[in-house]
Design a protein around this ligand. Sequence first.
Ligand code: TPP
Ligand code: MG
Length: 613
Amino acid sequence: MPITTISNCIMAYLADLGVDRVFLVPGGGNMFLVDAVGAEPRIEFVPTHHEQAAVIAAEYYARKTGRLGVAVVTTGPGSSNALTGIAGAFFDSVPLLVLAGQVKTADYNEDGRLRQKGPQEIDLVSMAKNLTKMAKTCFDPDTVPQDIEAAVMVAFSGRPGPVMLEVPLDVQSKITNGDRFNALTVSRHSPDAENFEADPKMQSACASIGDRLIAAKKPLLVIGHGVASSRHTDTIRNFVRDHRLPVSLTWPMMDFLPFEDELNAGRFGVVAKRYANIVIQKSDYILVLGSRLDNIQTAFNIDRFGKNAFIDVVDVDSEELAKMPDRFACHEYNLVSFVPELVRALGALSSFDSHQGWVEEIAALRQKFGFETFKSTEEETDRISIYDFIERLSDGFAGGETIVTGSSGLSVEVFYTHFRNKPDQWISLTTGLGAMGYGLPAAVGVTSVSDQKIYLFESDGSLMMNLQELQTLKTLNRPMTIFLLNNEGYASIRATQENYFEGRFVGTGPSSGLEMPQFEKVAEAFGFDYIAISDIDHVDHQIGQAVTHQGLLICEVFVRKDEKLMPKCSVIRTNDNQLLSAPIEDMTPLLSIDEFKSIMGDQIDPLSVRIRS
Ligand SMILES: Cc1ncc(C[n+]2csc(CCOP(=O)(O)OP(=O)(O)O)c2C)c(N)n1
Ligand SMILES: [Mg+2]
């Protein structure tokens, strides 16, 4: 029977919480933590080939399961490598625990005057403190139980997010009888265990929101990732169906309703289908749940967002609410308790309108603008349009698939704008950080806990940033297909260099020093099967092959190199040389003024006239 260390107790505590996978890279500085992961029978360990990938995989484990994501990294380079993953989880509010090794207490660079004292020492706490909800070095072995308990609680409470504990080697290895850990209560820290009691203030907020919803002719719910964080996605879905309330979705909530559902008013923002933004501006009442309405969502003009609507915003973060304009009614509540109360309050109301006219108006706009295509007219016979590919891919899925995507680049943006999701698909990305390199580690995290085949949609430049994780996927060896979009490098940045720097390309493609490898050979080296798609006549058949394939497959899609991201809200230079952001409802390519007026009415934004002059 091995002796029990503090590290063993930490892992047992995490297993009690339901954590059954831990993602790690071993080193000298975390050796007792790593040994303890291996010794805990309820936890499977997943070694990645980079700490950034371990943390991202842990984030996706948390997204898929609703449990705490856990990554174990070593001191020094292991810790600095972890930072990108920590930042991604912070901006997207995902509960995550990063356990980092640290030099032993006697070697610790206590007053910080030396650059470094212990071997490979680095001060992760200082680096991570603005990217975590809690970051602490556990110097005192006696308080580790409280530290870990507090860290887990903080990760889940309020607006969830990452926490980080550094554990010095001598603390990791300290022998203990475990009594202090045994005294911890596990149930309090499960995500469902928040206090559901609705106070009178919340009850009255729900009642007035209910009144406004009833009075509205064109109501709309904006559903953000906070709804998923609160684990009330199903409740809200039933709620909007019961009351026939149309919803507008942020990218992380794309899978909330199928694209063609009559209540789905689309995904709005700077890059969006036209109808989604028009619906926002036609609505007379908007209830925003768990979305921070950042500039990308409001097209850099929150003052004009939902310009014809009364807007209620419910968010757990007071700082996010403080940035909202005065005309919004802001309610600082955790959706964990607010949603059940809202459902209860509205359930009591019988006089709900069916909003038939509004639902039909949205359906007509979706029909008119939901299927617009923006393929380039240039002929590249050996490559297909990304717009065609995404349309065919949407049709090629039956529904029910698990899909993860990269986080950055033109291909991913076109996917989130134009993919027509089907019922019961699970689709996920990390949005706030927008980092390249997320796709493969995200797939590691999801595939490690999924019984189902999974799909990854990723672009060539981004795949290269964590290419080594192909091997982790091969080692896990679960069925998956990677749709790899090859447009010869950084298409999105090439577009920027073309638009703003007269086509002076620097580091964005083969003509400017950035080359991609032959992915067919990469596939072979990592033990993946391979299909190349480049001909529109074969694309449906090949997508069919990719969908029915049962092993590990890279499906490389050769897409046109310089297609543009459309439609979007443009920044327009006027005749008098001013830079203006177009109104959210008036996307480029611009409609003729007459058509635009026929949709929006004569009271159009004066800017819409100016940008056409
Ligand atoms: C880690 C990181 N470095 C740099 C960037 C800046 N950046 C944004 S998109 C992009 C190019 C992405 O290329 P690719 O993944 O191939 O997508 P594409 O635009 O070609 O579809 C770059 C370099 C970033 N988002 N993340
Ligand atoms: Mg590319």
